[in-house]
Design a protein around this ligand. Structure first.
Ligand code: NAP
Ligand code: MG
Length: 553
């Protein structure tokens, strides 16, 4: 079935996992948001069982950490091959459970996840192998020093439901390549996809028990955060839960990375390629039914091109194909979460009641849907004008297909409004003038700024992923993602015959010698030579002392 050979690496024996302490105690069901049908279920555990699961992972992880990067990489490449072989089944599950339309299931999740495995496999050695340190201080030149990037141990990965495959896949790949074990808690709404990711690694032959996927709601996530043997938390989700997790981690002096919400602005300048900007707005705002942390949620368009832009976006929105997410041509499926559907409706109604104009969109009447989809949470691509920053819709995250548009008089106003948000995940600037757009990007408070496109770098693991302000803390993907998955240790070797000049006893040699060295090393111009003249005696005495120490045993 596969073209990659099965890794044949012997790990020292580890305890078989899944003992009585960690046996499942319940069941979590998962439903298709487009039809309401039951898709499947997973076993759950109780929060009080989490420590035992972590302990089991902790028994396997040290053996995994002994492997070389190239040996670990073989498992990751094999997982990439398994996912490639099973792409249709995985994409179909994404569509059934999360509601992502078929094209997006392949483009935004399956392809990017496979790429993240292959990239992590191929690049860990480059970023987190031992790294030589070259001290610049002349007295330290004889020291041999390097950074060692040590595994943290067991990392807790807690994920949301909007990109239920890519988000955990990329983080898990990075953490595994860094030598860690994983306890993974998928969102309850997409528990089956989480379990599928576990299956992929199991089929790839990952040492049994090194990665464990657990279900059981937020309380199980909380138990992972609280578990003293989980060394770090990689959390992706809402600001509210993220802030709470950060507080819990702070109490334990435990690290966490937080990939939280967004309220991304799109800035459309007068010289933008209007056809691209219109299509880009529709894709950035409506892809994944607008349930993307870095989806476009605010548009600031220059007044001289506003009419053409707004008309174009409305026309595009009205032409989008809504319905069966299994069809290649469907562009809008059902929203994943009924709660979010209600919230989107509430935010749009609030804006309209305060004077906004809804040019298209809103909840799709049931009689306009095929009979088998009438229980689905379908919300039409919505365009609003007449909005302002006093409205909730311009401040709170909208996790739905809604584009509120504001016309601005100049670029400074666009930047001021773009930065008028608690979030800072992504932003895009649309202009034919690359230099101007890049200069504007410097002024935008966001972890990612795209010129003439939006959000796609989340799927490119060479790029860092993360936000400023309330959008998060730390970075996933790229070399920075690897640095999040390790403890940084300095290893410094003093040659065996050498004694540091600052050792006891303190006398007329050490202090004056060091004092003279300061001028010798750091004084500017003539002062350096004046000191040399005055203090040469102290320096010579210190040199003699060092030489005597050299011959001690
Ligand atoms: P959420 O409610 O914060 O949940 C995220 C995860 O945390 C779920 O697995 C959830 O479990 C778990 N959880 C809930 N309470 C917990 C607790 N006390 N301790 C530990 N874990 C807990 O977020 P969501 O509604 O699933 O996802 C939507 C949010 O994610 C949006 O705000 C979106 O912007 C953000 N997001 C950010 C990024 C990014 O990269 N910056 C990417 C995607 C999404 P249950 O599902 O079982 O409740
Ligand atoms: Mg939630």
């Amino acid at each position: 079935m596969t073209s990659t050979s099965t890794p044949n690496i012997s790990l020292a024996p580890y305890r078989h996992v899944g003992g009585p302490d960690t046996a499942p105690t319940g069941e979590l069901e998962s439903f298709n948001p487009s039809t309401g049908e039951l898709v499947g279920s997973v076993p759950t555990i109780k929060p009080e069982q989490v420590d035992a699961v972590v302990a089991e992972i902790g028994q396997v992880q040290p053996f995994w950490a002994e492997l070389s990067f190239s040996d670990r990489a073989r498992y990751l490449r094999r997982a990439a091959q398994v996912m490639t072989d099973r792409k249709d089944e995985i994409a179909a599950l994404l569509t059934a459970e999360q509601g992502k339309v078929r094209t997006e299931a392949y483009a935004m999740e399956v392809m990017t996840s496979i790429d993240s495995f292959i990239w992590a496999a191929g690049n860990a050695a480059k970023f987190i192998s031992d790294e030589k340190i070259k001290p610049a201080q002349p007295f330290m030149k004889t020291r041999k020093m390097h950074f060692r990037y040590a595994p943290i141990g067991v990392i807790g990965v807690i994920s949301p439901w909007n990109y239920p495959l890519l988000l955990p896949a990329a983080e898990i790949a990075t953490a595994l390549m860094a030598g860690n074990g994983i306890i993974f808690k998928p969102a309850s709404l997409t528990c089956l996809i989480g379990q599928k990711l576990q299956e992929v690694f199991d089929e790839a032959g990952l040492p049994e028990g090194l990665m464990r996927t657990v279900h059981g709601g937020g309380a199980v996530g909380q138990a992972i955060v609280d578990s003293k043997d989980v060394g770090k938390i990689f959390f992706t989700g809402s600001v509210e839960v993220g802030r709470h997790i950060a507080e819990c981690c702070a109490k334990q002096i435990k690290g966490c990375t937080l990939e939280l919400g967004g309220k991304d602005p799109m800035l459309v300048l007068s010289d933008a390629n209007m056809a691209h900007a219109i299509d880009g707005a529709a894709w950035g705002g409506f892809a994944n039914m607008g349930q993307t942390c870095s989806g476009i949620e605010r548009v600031y368009v220059m007044h001289d091109v506003a009419d053409r832009f707004i008309n174009g976006v409305v026309e595009r929105a009205k032409s989008m194909k809504i319905g069966d997410p299994n069809q290649w041509s469907t562009e809008i499926g059902a929203m994943t979460s009924a709660d979010q559907y209600e919230l989107v409706n509430e935010l749009v109604e609030d804006a309209v009641s305060r004077g906004a104009t809804m040019l298209c969109g809103g909840p799709i009447p049931k009689d306009q849907l095929p009979p088998e989809r009438r229980d689905g949470t379908y919300y039409g691509p919505t365009v609003l004008t007449g909005v302002n920053h006093g409205m909730r819709i311009m401040q709170e995250e909208i996790f739905g297909p809604v584009l509120p548009i504001i016309t601005v008089d100049n670029e400074d106003e666009a930047i001021r409004l773009a930065n008028d948000s608690e979030f800072g995940l992504g932003a895009s600037i649309w202009s034919a003038d690359r230099e101007k757009a890049l200069a504007m990007a410097d002024r935008v408070e966001a972890g990612n700024v795209w010129i003439n496109d939006h959000m796609y770098s989340a799927g490119i693991c060479q790029c860092s992923w993360g936000g400023m302000k309330d959008s998060g803390l730390g970075r996933a993907h790229s070399k920075f993602g690897f640095y999040e998955a390790v403890e940084i240790q300095v290893q410094a070797v003093t040659p065996v015959r050498e004694a540091s000049m600052w050792l006891h006893p303190y006398d007329e040699t050490v202090g004056p010698g060091i004092r003279a060295s300061i001028d010798l090393l750091y004084a500017q111009g003539g002062d350096k030579f004046r000191t040399l003249g005055e203090s040469s005696g102290a320096l010579i005495r210190m040199g003699i002392r060092s030489a005597q120490q050299y011959f001690r045993k």
